[in-house]
Design a protein around this ligand. Structure first.
Ligand code: GDP
Ligand code: IMO
Ligand code: MG
Length: 425
């Protein structure tokens, strides 16, 4: 029996979906514990490409139970569309999907208010209503999945919330107010379609742990987007780090066995916010093109940069990684010299710990070590010994710096384009 947590170690899009899909083979349950359909997890199986937003990536394997935990904010419309797309590709949803009764729902007014807020202060969000939904949750005004089963409760919450939201939309933003009846009718319809999936997820997951099942917890976004430990305020609104598993599912920290950090061989970021190792010349563009670095949810081009060990050491610290998976090594093939950031310089100070101050993050200069690249291709390599020597040195440099074992190396989009040095399961 093992519980394994998969966490993005950078600003998201590290390739979590691919690694979750690979590890699902040996698991019984796959659980999402935070975030919502701001996530875009791409999984390539054969010639088919799937992008999962809310449903755990494990759904692509037959018979694996997939749970949307209480820490997730769920957009019912987004979920229904995702279910429809997957079903049209022959994926069995009804037998395998479960949704926590106490997960919070994204409402149309969350999306409407975020649309307006982004005009005033740009974070570069996915505009999926994530922040406003978590705001309501913390303010104790949220609508939860279970409320769909009690129309009077649902109605009264919509009425109370719209009173405030419509005031803001009209008077602060000069936008059109939303119609209460329309939202209510829409959500009653969603209730009808989704009620079969609703369960006490905390009970189900803990029973599964007690009975010795293998469970994968699938993180969304990444450590540097964590609401507490990321580059605030340019973050998402949930705890993306390993600690989020406990609050987002109701599983004790005592029950977590392994925590795998997913590290892209370079760095990317979507949206606004500091990015010390961003490459602003044509090499950044080349990496974006070769790596297909365009948002899986919004299609926006991802900003690309060198690997940042300052950020990664922070990720190791706040997550307690027991192992690491390096992804997209193949995208670095053919680059003559590869830079790795080993510290930040701010005014006359050298920083080795990831700063909390936005001012420092925005104005520091990265200190780089330069490693020789490799001319050979790593694409699709399945054995560590077959990797070019310089790529092995690059990996060794990362492992030595982070003091965490690299257990998995991904060398392509497909399931079998992977090197397993040490299986976490
Ligand atoms: P996630 O959000 O962390 O699941 O990552 P995304 O799916 O948003 O972005 C990762 C992208 O890289 C996807 O298109 C994956 O199919 C792709 N990918 C994952 N691992 C590899 C790899 O090792 N090599 C290459 N070339 N592509 C990869
Ligand atoms: P996956 O799971 C990369 C970013 C947005 C924005 C910030 C806040 O695919 O790695 P939000 O809509 O969450 O309030 O936006 O967070 N962001 C992501 N960036 N990958 C993601 O998910 C992201 N989810 C949100 O671009 O900068
Ligand atoms: Mg993604």
């Amino acid at each position: 029996m093992a519980t394994v947590v998969i966490i993005g170690a950078q600003w998201g899009d590290e390739g979590k979906g691919k690694i979750v899909d690979f590890l699902t083979e040996k698991c019984d349950y796959v659980v999402r514990f935070q975030g919502g359909c701001n996530a875009g997890h791409t999984v390539v199986v054969g010639n088919e490409k799937y992008i999962l937003h809310l449903i755990p990536s494990g759904i692509l394997h037959k018979g694996k139970k997939c749970i949307i935990g209480n820490g997730v904010v769920l957009d019912p419309l987004g979920l229904l569309k995702e279910i429809e797309t997957l079903m049209s590709k022959g994926i069995d949803i009804d037998e395998n999907l479960y949704i926590a009764k106490h997960c919070h729902l994204i409402m149309p007014y969350h999306i409407a208010i975020e649309e307006q807020a982004e005009k005033k202060k740009k974070i570069g969000t996915t505009k999926k209503g994530i922040g406003p939904c978590y705001t309501d949750k913390i303010a104790r005004n949220g609508v939860r999945m279970v409320d769909l089963l009690y129309p009077e409760v649902l109605r009264s919450k919509i009425t109370a919330n719209l009173e405030i939201i419509n005031f803001l939309l009209k008077n602060l933003y000069g936008a059109n107010p939303l119609d209460e009846q329309q939202i209510f009718t829409q959500y009653i319809d969603y209730a009808e379609k989704l009620k079969k999936y609703i369960i006490d997820a905390d009970v189900l997951i803990n029973k599964a742990i007690e009975s010795g099942k293998n469970i994968l917890f699938e993180g969304a976004q990444g450590t540097l987007l964590d609401i507490d430990h990321g580059t605030y305020p340019y973050v998402t609104s949930s705890n993306t780090i390993a600690g989020g598993v406990c609050t987002g599912t109701g599983v004790s920290p005592k029950k977590i066995d392994k925590i795998i950090g997913i590290v892209k061989a370079y760095t990317t970021r979507v949206g606004e916010g500091p990015f010390p190792t961003e490459i602003k010349d044509s090499l950044g563009e080349d990496i974006r093109k070769k790596g297909g670095e365009y948002g899986a949810t919004t299609g926006r081009p991802r900003r690309c940069g060198w690997l940042d060990l300052v950020g990664l050491k922070h990720a190791v610290r706040v997550n307690g990684f027991t192992g690491i998976a390096i992804t997209k090594l193949d995208i670095l093939d053919g680059i003559e010299k590869i830079k790795v950031c080993v510290g930040y310089k701010y005014r006359n100070t050298i920083l080795e710990d990831f700063p909390k101050e936005l001012e420092i993050l925005q104005n520091c200069t990265p200190i780089y070590e330069e490693l020789p690249g490799w001319k050979e291709t790593t694409a699709g390599i399945k054995d560590y010994e077959n990797l070019p020597k310089n790529s092995q040195k690059y990996l060794q440099f990362i492992e030595d710096s982070l003091k965490v074992k690299i257990q998995i190396i991904s060398t392509g989009q497909k399931r079998d384009e992977i090197i397993i040095k040490e299986s976490p399961l």
